[in-house]
Design a protein around this ligand. Structure first.
Ligand SMILES: O=C(O)CCC(=O)C(=O)O
Ligand SMILES: [Fe+2]
Length: 366
């Protein structure tokens, strides 16, 4: 490589997000240089690409095609599985139907989760058990059910390997969080379509937020628009074919006492006439585990733990069901108003108590 070419490559690398290869991390409990690199990247950048995950490009292409097929259906066929029909936060949300940092998100999506029976509501049953339940499947696209259930299984296996690598990287026993992610699972999946917006129009595809689970495994198409917040400002997360984009969720922030921080990220809408599609898998703690354990980090890591971030609009709860329900209520006000009136009222009261300055800060996630 010429001197100029290598200088250019080096400067591009400064801004590029790192790539982690899951094969290099292996399945052993042995701490390797690849684990040290993972720990460093997870803490410093928080976002990275994951390759070597073993899912074939054909499988990914097939699922992406299924997602596009769904969003191309007539509106009535999509509304047949509208999210507000059940209390399980599963189903279709139209453009503007979801709220992030008090603003509507310009995207449509289907929320799925692990296919489990509903827990019958009763005065003694905590409300967050409503998060568990069956999915809604579109009659107009009967093949989607098996494709989504297969993706949940396939991605769960990758996420389990990645979590184990994280634990080894943090010098924990690889089994340290086994109970937290044991079956019955509570992982979630979303297929998303961001329609293009004309110039001068609002362009909040999804507003700045942290993901609520442990780890997010995201597939995005070739359009771009995902950004992660850094001390230097918003950094683009450009498409990288067949690689997952990985980011850290609130539950891993809590388990590591803020040694790892959940990253704030957002999506800007594509331009007019362009559609962006993505598929987000949220690897999350089981509701049956109740509390997120605090990992006992070795002294040299514990001394760098920053504690969980404090944000008045987004308090973090170590109680798994409470934290998960908080996120869903805030995002899906239609479901909250209908099925969780108490949490809905509390959320509105919290918003009403913000003064204008707090409200502006909350919207900007500044
Ligand atoms: O669509 C994307 O690229 C990101 C979506 C996202 O951050 C989310 O749904 O939590
Ligand atoms: Fe997210």
């Amino acid at each position: 490589m010429s001197t100029i070419a290598s200088a250019l490559a080096a400067s591009a690398a400064v801004n590029a997000l790192p790539v982690i290869n899951l094969e290099e991390l292996g399945d052993s409990e042995q701490h390797t240089p690849a684990h040290s690199r993972l720990a460093h990247i997870a803490r410093e950048t928080g976002f990275f690409y994951l390759e070597g995950h073993g899912i074939s490009p054909e499988h990914i292409a097939h699922l992406e095609a299924a997602a596009r097929q769904f969003f191309a259906l007539p509106a009535a066929a999509k509304q047949q599985i509208a999210i507000a029909q059940t209390r399980h936060f599963r189903g279709y949300t139209g453009v503007g139907g979801e709220i992030t940092r008090l603003q509507p998100d310009l995207r449509e999506q289907i929320d799925f989760g692990e296919e489990l029976p509903a827990v019958p509501p009763s005065p003694e049953t905590p409300q967050w058990w409503g998060l568990q339940g069956p999915n809604q499947w579109p009659q107009a696209q009967p093949t989607l059910q098996s494709e989504i259930l297969l993706w949940l299984d396939t991605t769960r296996a990758v996420a389990q390997r990645l979590l184990k690598a994280f634990l080894v990287a943090l010098e924990q026993p690889a089994t340290a969080l086994n109970q937290l992610v044991a079956s019955p699972h509570n992982h979630r999946l979303k297929i998303i379509h961001y329609p293009g917006q004309g110039s001068g129009q609002p362009d909040q595809g999804v507003g700045p937020h942290k993901d609520g689970g442990l780890l997010t495994l995201l597939l995005q198409d070739q359009v771009g628009g995902l950004q992660v917040q850094t001390p230097q400002g918003w950094l683009d997360v450009p498409p990288r074919k067949n690689a997952f984009v990985i980011n850290i969720g609130e539950m891993l922030e809590l388990a590591t006492n803020g040694y790892l921080r959940a990253n704030v990220h957002r999506v800007r809408s594509p331009g007019a006439g362009v559609s962006r599609y993505s598929i987000a898998y949220f690897f999350s703690p089981s509701l049956h585990a109740h509390e997120v354990p605090l990992l006992s980090l070795p002294a040299h890591l514990a001394s760098q733990a920053r504690g969980p971030e404090s944000d008045p609009l987004n308090p973090l709860f170590s109680h798994i069901g409470t934290n998960a329900l908080k996120g869903r209520v805030r995002s899906h006000l239609d479901v909250a108003q209908r099925f969780y009136p108490q949490q809905y009222a509390e959320h509105l009261a919290a918003l009403a108590s913000l003064d204008p300055v707090q409200k502006e800060a909350a919207q900007a996630y500044a």
